[in-house]
Design a protein. Structure first.
Length: 165
């Protein structure tokens, strides 16, 4: 099946959202709300939502809990370069496969929107087991940009991960 052929089929994926922030809670989490809206707008199901602190153990605990019941998880926040940004460093080591192309495309699109600050994003994606994981910046604009990229290909990615050999 070619890369366009799979798009004739719709996969209703269960997608979780983890917001990493030491300053926001569920009430103030605009980015998490945007992601949850995008999940539903694109015909998928929310399978979990949580806000955790910028802490490796909290991030991994939430991620592994979601991976038990979700097909994919989007983690937003903590992908920058400051000392408190630990999402990338916490999650990437547990990827079975890193999908660097997501981050490259994200930075390319972001560069067109915001210029050279785009290089400071460590957005990426990967696979853990047979689950998709996306790491995005936490700003609302970055989440909107990432959502456009994710939802153009998430079903194709899911198909590729799950197809028979």
């Amino acid at each position: 099946m070619g890369h366009e052929e799979h798009k004739k089929h719709h996969y209703n994926l269960k997608i979780g959202v983890i917001t990493v922030s030491s300053t926001r809670d569920e009430k103030e989490d605009i980015s998490g709300k945007i992601l949850m809206e995008k999940i539903e707008e694109n015909g998928h199901e929310r399978c979990g939502y949580i806000v955790v602190k910028d802490d490796k153990i909290e991030i991994l605990h939430a991620l592994f809990n979601f991976l038990l019941s979700c097909d994919a998880v989007i983690v937003n926040g903590g992908t920058g370069i400051s000392k408190k940004d630990v999402t990338y460093d916490s999650v990437v080591p547990v990827f079975d496969k890193e999908l660097r192309g997501f981050g490259e495309i994200f930075r390319m699109v972001s560069y067109q929107e915001i210029g050279t600050p785009a290089m400071m994003s460590r957005a990426t994606a990967g696979i853990i087991g047979d689950k998709l994981v996306f790491l995005t910046p936490g700003s609302p604009n970055a989440v909107r940009t990432a959502s456009e990229i994710i939802f153009k290909e998430i079903e194709h990615m899911w198909y590729e991960v799950h197809k028979e050999r």
